[in-house]
Design a protein around this ligand. Structure first.
Ligand code: S3P
Length: 747
């Protein structure tokens, strides 16, 4: 930040209360020349002196009335006092300063601020933008001021209906200019999340230290405390007044989560007393795995799986520079479709299933967590190894809360089938993208089978499934070629009376059928029809998940479009229902060789070598569409590099993926100067030069990765915005991309 040319983002910044947050904000704004003047207000003379001497503010006053009249539009007043003092300061502000001036606060609890504003003024004044920077430290006061405190930290704004857009924009700009990642949230949601992830841990730390200090009659037990104690109680050194205020201001949400904690502690105490080894191991494994998952999410700055707080999520953009090459020998992570299914069937089997090659991406981890939430003991993943103690087809337990499936369509659709036949009710939820995807396609056949399942009015998640329903087998003719729909119906069929069968309009991936057979379940496949009978059982097995052909596709295209390239991809799953990308690229003239063919478990694998050769545009045969359904974003990049026109038809399903992949790709390609025209069911792309520019990922992993590959042939750098979701399917994409010579970096 210091290197950037200063740009004024606010006229005057007034900070009332020069605690850690207030003084750090003032210091950052002043250091970076972001305001014409920074004014500090504190009743303590000593604080004002330090603020002036340390260059934190330009000017100091000890009362708002001394500057209130001067303030005008473009100025911003930040209330940086402890939570319970906010209302009185807010009252002074609203009474003394013009409604044109933006007002914001930094209190850790938002409902109390909003409620006090309503009490004082009848409604939240439009100029007030309630806010909360998640950037605390156990240090406090003006002497701890740190101008870098907010860099890469979240600031949550909780605007209400009456908050004016102009004021919200000004507050957002201010926080962004000091390096913060600003997001917006509902007031209650903010307070509940913070109660669980911040307030409760602080109170536990205070309480633990207090308990031990109270026991400390004869010896100084703290002298023997090891690193664990220090780590756990670090936050008990935080500002007592601030935490007193937070406890009271967020009373209800805190008590709620504290009660849950106390129940959990009581159960733990009972398990210890009863020397219940199984209960103790289960609890410790469950939390260790959740913690490891949480830790790795934090490391990769990706936290949105519902397990953790989104507080530290950092937005990741990619920048790809041209001139890279594509050479090397690599193995991409495990197949996503098979990874999901291995957890589902392993959990429902009798006995212990060992999975190797499991994809440690967020989507498959969401499935894994869902089964943990339903009481299944699952160890790992540890370098792709997962051990599942299956509970049998009828051994799942009701989850305590809705199952959160993140971005994963496969998880929600397959689970809806499995769960329709359980004895308990369950709700399935997902992130913003998943919450907009069609679920009628699974709810309809399940209802025909006798399931009771509710969606939102427009057929989107959350899904609410009633337990205890008797399902009956159906013969379902699918209206679209979808492996998720087929799998959902077949999995419900495990619980249905009689035979369940599906008839598909075109062949789709058949991993469910193959893996069910691997677990010893009889499934008949006859051309377009798959059928099974309910009432059987699954027997635990070993599963070796091959490398994902969908992830490999990015490197296949990379090698196909860059002269001099030569890439070998190892141990790739080449199930005939997945090789559309190879067929299409070959038809375009790509040089692709498959060797070391083998059968691993129920799936064929091979090594794939791709070398550069010039591509030509083609009309993509419609029968290849379901076989390459996930590979089109990167195939469109191949088309943009080919000579002539490529036309895709019959691919309307692409419009309901993680994003509308026809539109997302068409928009990005056009931004990069490529002649691409979206049609209802496909796209027409004229091969030519790829320019440089900034493209959106639309929160879709495959769009982000496809444009990363485009960077190899672009005339200048391509920036890909918000590529965080790459972690859903390909967590080490960047490092493998660099390994083969692609100039890609995070920004
Ligand atoms: C999948 C099926 C496909 C695919 C998705 C994974 C699966 O979805 O796009 O990424 O694992 O069954 P549809 O069934 O919607 O085509």
């Amino acid at each position: 930040m210091a290197k950037k040319k200063p740009v004024t983002v606010v006229n005057r910044l007034v900070v009332i209360g020069l605690g850690l947050i207030g003084s750090s904000l003032a210091a950052s704004v002043r250091n970076n020349g972001l305001a014409k003047e920074v004014i500090g207000i504190s009743r303590r003379q000593s604080t004002l002196e330090i603020a002036l001497n340390n260059g934190i503010v330009d000017r100091c006053v000890d009362d708002l009335s001394q500057v209130a009249q001067e303030l005008e539009q473009g100025d911003i007043v930040v209330i940086g006092v402890p939570t319970l003092s906010v209302p009185s300061v807010l009252q002074e502000c609203v009474e003394q300063i013009s409604a044109e001036v933006t007002l914001t606060d930094v209190a850790s609890v938002k409902e109390s601020v909003v409620n006090s504003a309503i009490e004082l003024f009848g409604a939240v004044p439009p100029q007030l933008v309630p806010g909360h920077p998640i950037a605390g430290s156990e240090k406090s006061g003006v002497t701890a001021a740190n101008p870098e405190l907010f860099v890469d930290h979240r600031v949550i704004l909780t605007p209400v209906e009456t908050t004016a857009k102009s004021h919200l924009e000004r507050a957002t700009k201010l926080w962004q200019s000091v390096g913060a990642l600003v997001s917006s949230m509902d007031v209650q949601e903010h307070d509940q999340i913070l109660a669980a992830t911040s307030h409760l841990p602080h109170f536990l730390a205070y309480s633990l230290v207090d308990t031990l200090a109270g026991m400390n009659e004869k010896t100084d037990i703290f002298r023997y405390a090891a690193g664990g104690f220090r780590d756990f109680t670090r936050i008990a050194a935080s500002d007592p007044i601030m935490w007193r205020d937070i406890a009271i201001a967020n009373k209800n949400a805190v008590i709620d989560v504290m009660d849950k904690m106390m129940d959990n502690l009581t159960a733990l105490r009972a398990s210890i007393e009863a020397e219940d080894k199984q209960a103790l191991t289960q609890l410790f494994i469950r939390s260790r795995e959740a913690r490891n998952h949480f830790g790795s999410m934090l490391e990769s700055n990706k936290t949105d799986t519902g397990l953790q707080s989104p507080m530290n999520e950092k937005i990741i953009n990619y920048i790809v520079s041209p001139g890279g090459n594509a050479r090397g020998d690599l193995r991409v992570p495990g197949d996503k479709s098979m990874s999901h299914r291995s957890i589902m069937l392993g959990s429902l089997a009798d006995g212990m299933t060992e999975v190797t090659g499991f994809l440690e991406g967020e989507d498959s981890l969401a499935t894994l967590q869902a089964f943990r939430d339903m009481g299944v003991e699952i160890e790992g993943p540890n370098e792709g190894r997962v051990v599942i103690r299956g509970v049998g087809l009828h051994g799942l337990q009701a989850p305590k809360k809705p199952l959160y499936l993140g971005n994963s369509g496969t998880s929600i659709r397959l689970l809806s089938g499995l769960l329709a036949g359980q004895a308990f009710d369950v709700e399935l939820q997902g992130d913003a993208s998943l919450s907009g995807r069609p679920m009628g396609r699974v709810a309809n056949p399940l209802r025909e089978m006798g399931a009771v399942i509710e969606t939102e009015k427009d057929g989107t998640p959350p899904l609410r499934i009633k337990g205890g329903r008797k399902l009956k087998g159906i013969n379902y003719t699918m209206p679209m070629a979808s492996a998720q729909v087929k799998s959902c119906v077949l999995l419900a069929g495990l619980y249905a009376e009689g035979e369940t069968s599906t008839v598909e309009p075109a062949p789709t991936r058949d991993h469910t059928e193959r893996m069910l057979r691997g677990f010893g379940y009889k499934v008949d496949s006859d051309n377009d029809k798959a059928s099974l009978s309910g009432g059987g059982r699954l027997t635990a097995t070993r599963i070796n998940v091959p490398a994902d052909i969908s992830s490999s596709a990015f490197f296949m295209v990379a090698a196909a479009i860059v002269p001099g390239s030569d890439i070998t991809l190892r141990h790739v799953g080449v199930n005939p229902t997945r090789v559309g990308v190879i067929n299409i690229l070959r038809q375009m003239g790509a040089n692709i060789e498959l060797f070391n063919r083998a059968q691993v478990g129920d799936e064929p694998v091979a090594d794939i070598r791709v070398r550069y050769s010039p591509l030509k545009g083609i009309a993509i045969p419609e029968d290849q569409v379901p076989l390459a359904i996930d590979e089109f974003p990167v195939l469109f990049i191949a088309a943009a590099c080919a000579e002539g026109t490529t036309v895709l038809t019959g691919a309307e399903e692409l419009r309901v993926k993680e994003s509308d992949r026809i539109q997302s790709m068409a928009d990005g390609l056009v931004t990069l100067g490529v002649d691409a025209v979206a049609t209802d069911d496909g796209i027409r792309i004229q091969g030519g030069e790829i320019g440089s520019g900034e493209v959106e990922s639309f929160d879709d992993h495959r769009i982000a990765m496809a444009f990363s590959i485009a960077g190899l042939r672009a005339s200048g750098p391509i920036t890909i915005k918000e590529a965080n979701n790459v972690a859903t399917s390909f967590p080490n994409f960047i490092s493998l991309a660099r390994q083969v010579g692609i100039n890609i970096k995070l920004a």
